[in-house]
Design a protein around this ligand. Structure first.
Ligand code: UD1
Length: 416
């Protein structure tokens, strides 16, 4: 397994570009199954999770071609409705293929995704919503055997929590169902809007994506389409954190600033100067950041759970005490043990972390326990005095296409 080595303490400066959103690309790739033709996705990042999604498509009988950031999927010959455990277990979010396979073939067999590094990852909301659309689901020793008798049927579905994955599964299953589907308390993340936009360009009739209630009028069939994946808002937030942690000055290009509206006030409270353009963000950080009173992760448009670990790391070197509350995942403070090795002063009680900022972190050997905890280690390593070595960086590579090369270009002393 690879490692990243960072010699920290260098203020970053220059320009950095953001790649397409991982969390959009995966459901979009699943959506290419329904259109039963040759769809083209541009700005699709070259990440291991995207590779896994492409392998799932190939396993199902699709032809997949990749040229740089463009992926072409021809799903016209799709024949298989089962995803083997080996592929499902590589990526918990592969459950989003369930709605798409069921919509296309009327039958699906996928294994139960189980827990993951962020804690238990239940799919009860996905399954109950798909059952309301007429999918019969049987648990066969950890496999979900799913069948539709006739066609899926539109339904009124109220989610008890605005789950991103469940909302995506419903969109995928309902767009070719018979009749109307209404999702109440739907997730409103930008990735939901991106998926609905793609499905609509394939001929679906989805209204209200990005709002709490989404109306889907089922159509008989979809056709293929070409689509540009939205920029990755979490990569943008990570690069802003890298600049902030080093007292740097950075232009983050090719991003969608409106997707980061809940992150900007936190960076400003920490004393960063921001200039927000149409598709770029300029940040200039002071040499010692201010603490932040309270950050609570929430469903969109609240503060994103995925941005919590990198921004949390800024609080570890701020001039005072900050409080972070993690409301989405049980196990999302895995960066804390590693920050402690670097000299941070943090207390965690359940979902609340109290961070007493220290003047400086010291380089150490640390581990990327999961994707965003790994991003937090990069931010910490850039800020720290001395050398930080990060192991298990395959987690970081799941979400950042070229983090070492990108950061080198803006002055970071980082190597792989
Ligand atoms: C979540 C994040 C998403 C992020 C992604 C990857 C939220 C609301 N969602 O999406 O922004 O990009 O992780 O890190 O921030 N839950 C259930 N039953 C279900 C489904 C979910 O209880 O059937 C619970 C989960 O345990 C969790 C919460 O709902 O506590 C968030 O779930 P959900 O939005 O579905 O997660 P993801 O789709 O993975």
């Amino acid at each position: 397994m690879g490692k990243l080595m960072i010699d920290g303490g260098v203020p970053l400066s220059g320009e950095i570009s953001v790649h397409g959103a991982k969390n959009s690309s995966l459901p979009l790739l699943a959506a290419t199954l329904i259109s039963a033709g040759r769809s083209v996705l541009h700005n699709c990042p070259q990440l291991s999770d995207v590779d896994t999604a492409c392998r799932i498509l190939e396993h199902l009988g699709c032809s997949v071609q990749r040229e740089g950031d463009t992926v072409t999927v021809d799903s016209s010959e799709m024949s298989c409705s089962e995803i083997p455990e080996s592929l499902m277990s590589e990526m918990r979010s592969s459950i989003v293929f369930l709605g798409a396979i069921a919509a296309r073939l009327g039958t699906a067999r996928v294994c139960f995704p189980g827990g993951c590094e962020l804690g238990p990852r239940p799919i009860d909301l996905h399954l109950s919503a798909l059952q309301q659309l007429g999918l019969e689901i049987q648990d066969d020793h950890g496999y979900l055997d799913c069948t539709v008798h006739g066609r899926l049927k539109g339904a009124k579905i109220s989610l008890s929590f605005p789950s991103v994955g469940a909302t995506e599964n419903i969109l995928l299953a309902a767009c070719t169902a018979e009749g109307e589907t209404v999702i109440n308390n739907a997730a409103s993340e930008p990735e939901i809007v991106d998926l609905a936009n793609f499905l609509n360009s394939c001929g679906a009739d989805i209204r209200g994506a990005g709002e709490q209630s989404i109306l889907i009028r089922g159509v008989d069939e979809l056709h293929s389409a070409e689509h540009w994946v939205i920029p990755d808002r979490i990569v943008a937030a990570t690069y802003l954190s890298c600049a902030a942690a080093t007292g740097g000055e950075l232009f983050v290009r090719n991003c969608c600033p409106e997707h980061l509206d809940s992150v900007f006030p936190v960076l400003e409270e920490m004393g960063c100067k921001l200039i927000v353009g149409r598709d770029s963000i300029y940040i200039r950080a002071k040499s010692r950041l201010n603490p932040v009173k309270m950050v609570r992760t929430m469903p969109y448009p609240g503060f994103p759970t995925d941005a919590q670990p990198p921004i949390f790391t800024l609080a570890a070197i701020a001039n005072g005490t900050s409080v972070f509350v993690e409301n989405i995942f049980e196990n999302r403070f895995k960066h804390v043990s590693e920050l402690l090795k670097m000299g941070a002063n943090i207390k965690v009680e359940g979902k609340v972390a109290v961070i007493q900022g220290v003047p400086v972190l010291s380089g150490a050997n640390v581990r990327a326990y999961d994707l965003r905890a790994g991003a937090a280690m990069v931010v910490a390593g850039l800020a720290a005095h001395g050398r930080t070595t990060i192991s298990d960086i395959q987690h970081i590579d799941r979400g950042y296409e070229r983090i070492d090369r990108d950061l080198q270009q803006i002055g970071a002393r980082i190597s792989r």
